[in-house]
Design a protein around this ligand. Structure first.
Ligand code: TYM
Length: 343
């Protein structure tokens, strides 16, 4: 039985790339919110391997990363009985819808995407077409399930705005007169205090999988000792923690560490600031280490257990694939029909 869905059903979609180690930014900016949101809203989460190959990948490492990222998502608390978890390339409808959206999206819209500019850098002529049109595939990921809410970190906001533009353009090009718009417009869900976790070495740079320095990020697989050493060595400034948010804003490293503390303890930044104002980093850092270890150690040990049985991970992904296809197939069929294909 295929699941026909209507536009007024709430549905979450989000994805994460299987490239290298997942880090604290991925956890606090995305996965922690997925875990909370899945309780109340039907949710679909994807390991987006098609996105990963927009930059060169070693095939063996890619396969390992798919398993590792799946394990990290489950170990963090995504409930695979309740939510759908699947590998993007196993549902071919993503690429098919992306092609149709390539014929809806305008080049001018893609030219505004800041992440492409950052990732391609000066070497733009050598970047792949996939890297350039990646936000179109992301729009297809979301709209293929008619998702209404998309929990992500701050860096993905512009891509979700593009997905809204594509949905609107598709609606005006293809929705029949007197019929309800085919796609509703997805809302970004940028939640918590750590929507943009910064590098531990430089509070003005985003924490990222691709940073050459491993000391810049806390990986979900780091040991207690690694977490502790990285936080001990994290860049700070010589002053005690301030009293007001205004003062904190001009101190990027202090702001970042306090935001991380606030997000890990699920409290607001102002309460966190109140708790630590006037205290030095020598007082604050050990408490941050304790909290980070307390949160991340159970995740990394559960990941290690799950990774001992990759066949079981494949089974979980297969179940997710079937459930995802049940939703995706009828949506794509209707899209093809609206576009004028015979199917
Ligand atoms: P990706 O794999 O780069 O990151 C996965 C999620 O982690 C968030 N994130 C961060 N949040 C806070 N601070 C950071 N330093 C940080 N770094 C990463 C990202 O915002 C993201 O939520 N294009 C997406 C994957 C994707 C997707 C989708 C997301 C593909 N299709 C559809 C939502 C819906 C990406 O590359 O995320």
């Amino acid at each position: 039985m295929k699941n026909e869905i209507t536009n007024n059903q709430k549905r979450i979609f989000s994805g994460i790339q299987p490239t290298g180690n997942l880090h604290l930014g991925n956890y606090l900016g995305a996965i922690k919110n997925w875990v909370n949101l899945q309780r109340d809203i039907p949710s679909i989460f994807s390991i987006v391997d098609l996105h990963a190959i927009t930059v060169p990948q070693d095939p063996m490492k890619l396969r390992d990363s798919i398993h590792e990222v799946t394990a990290a998502i489950i170990a963090s608390g995504v409930d695979v009985k309740k939510s759908i978890l699947f590998n993007q390339s196993s549902v071919k409808e993503h690429t098919e819808l992306a092609w149709i959206f390539n014929c809806v999206c305008r080049i001018g819209w893609l030219n505004r995407m800041t992440q492409f500019k950052e990732k391609a850098g000066k070497n733009r002529e050598k970047a792949t077409v996939g890297l350039y049109s990646y936000p179109v595939l992301m729009a297809a990921d979301i709209l293929l399930y008619k998702a209404t809410h998309v929990p992500v970190g701050e860096d993905q906001k512009q891509h979700i705005e593009l997905a809204r533009d594509i949905a609107s353009a598709f609606n005006s090009m293809f929705t029949k007169e007197n019929e309800e718009d085919f796609f509703s417009l997805p809302e970004p869900q940028i939640l918590g205090t750590a929507t943009r976790v910064m590098s531990l070495r430089d509070g003005t740079k985003k924490m990222s999988k691709s940073d050459a320095s491993d000391a810049s990020r806390i990986n979900l697989t780091d040991t207690k000792e690694q977490i502790s050493n990285k936080i001990k060595k994290a860049k700070t400034d010589p002053n005690p923690l301030p009293e007001t948010m205004d003062e904190l804003k001009s101190r990027p490293e202090a702001l970042n560490l306090l935001n991380i503390y606030a997000a890990l303890s699920s409290q607001t930044i102002s309460i966190t600031l109140e708790q630590f104002s006037g205290k030095g980093f020598s007082h604050f850092k050990p408490l941050l280490i304790e909290l980070a270890v307390e949160t991340l150690s159970p995740i990394s040990s559960e990941m290690r257990v799950l990774l001992k049985d990759t066949k079981e991970i494949d089974k979980i992904l297969k179940i997710g694939e079937e459930k995802a296809k049940n939703i995706a197939e009828p949506v794509l069929k209707k899209v093809k029909n609206l576009v004028g294909f015979i199917n």
